[in-house]
Write a protein that binds this ligand. Sequence first.
Ligand SMILES: Nc1ncnc2c1ncn2[C@@H]1O[C@H](COP(=O)(O)OP(=O)(O)OP(=O)(O)O)[C@@H](O)[C@H]1O
Ligand code: SF4
Ligand SMILES: [Mg+2]
Length: 369
Amino acid sequence: MAATFATVPNPAIAEGEVLLEVDNLRTYFDTVSGTVRSVDGVSYQVQAGRTLGVVGESGCGKSVTALSILRLVPTPPGRFAGGQIRYRGTDLLSLTEKQMRQIRGNRISMIFQEPMTSLNPVLTVGRQIAETVMVHQKLSRRDAYRRAEEMLRLVQIAEPERRVHEYPYQLSGGMRQRVMIALALACNPEVLIADEPTTALDVTIQAQIVDLLRNLQKTLGMGIVLITHDLGVVAECCDRVAVMYAGRKVEEAPVAELFDRPLHPYTRALMGSMPSMNTTSQRLAEIPGMVPAPSELGKGCSFAPRCSYATERCRVDAPELMAHGVDHVVACHEVARVAKEPGLLATAAATTAATAAPAPSADLTGVQA
Ligand SMILES: Nc1ncnc2c1ncn2[C@@H]1O[C@H](COP(=O)(O)OP(=O)(O)OP(=O)(O)O)[C@@H](O)[C@H]1O
Ligand code: SF4
Ligand SMILES: [Mg+2]
């Protein structure tokens, strides 16, 4: 394929450069039943050419963090209660809505959690992509449609010259997801936030979409935030992983380090409950017990009611993130005790051998074998 706009790396990006910094972000919702602290002091960085995985159970604040980056949280009831979101050093929370529109979809793009509802059903997919590039890139209608076709080709949709004139309902789920990716990448963003981009798809299509994202990243060099429940996808695609629980980041490390040496009991519960770490595309098993509603958070560690390592201190004193080894942060008072237990792979092997109860190292309240 000849080099075109869509197939050359963004010249402004140097690999490894920090593009986006979420710094101690707090996003709260004021509701009739009180303040919901959906994101409560989360920090992470996105680097060019690298993928940050964000994992955690439902309701942990993964999407609200992502929506906050693009300032798409409805305010009210939402509000930014603290922190900064810096894109190349500029605090996005201080920009006007007009300035933000220059960033959104152009510099920072998002594939939304529910693609079926994100595409406009009454517009052809070509028009939806064309309108995005017309707004941001000031192209003529003719060139914008050409770009739309080029983007459909880039995401490997067959016969793009025909598909560009079709409506979302005429496409399969996998194709609609490819259109979402094309739409998100149409303006050659520096940062792509992909919120559960494969959840609604069957396993074969999921693998194709994951491959596509990886290849596009190699070609275009953007930084990716990949929100997922799928640890197979994390292992395959991500450079780093941030684990979230109840609105906070509880652990972060490079992917190999996190899988080899998970230090937070919650991370171990997520990983230890998988049948085997050698298989791919395993969804996280549910951990019995509930993530506390953000409105019900007490003052101690929010994981305490489900954690067998919990002590009296855990119930009154919320742990701060601390460095444990090179490039590995954990928020847990009992890291020293957790670290003495066998690592994840030993735990998974023991769990498989036992087939019934969890191995002692994964002895977390309610974790299934
Ligand atoms: N508009 C809102 N008003 C009140 N609470 C909200 C609102 N939007 C989100 N929340 C709450 O914020 C918390 C975090 O939600 P979020 O959508 O970020 O979870 P998530 O980690 O993305 O979960 P999932 O894996 O299910 O997508 C949840 O408890 C949710 O109920
Ligand atoms: S701080 Fe205490 S309750 Fe929280 S994860 Fe660590 S041991 Fe468990
Ligand atoms: Mg979500």
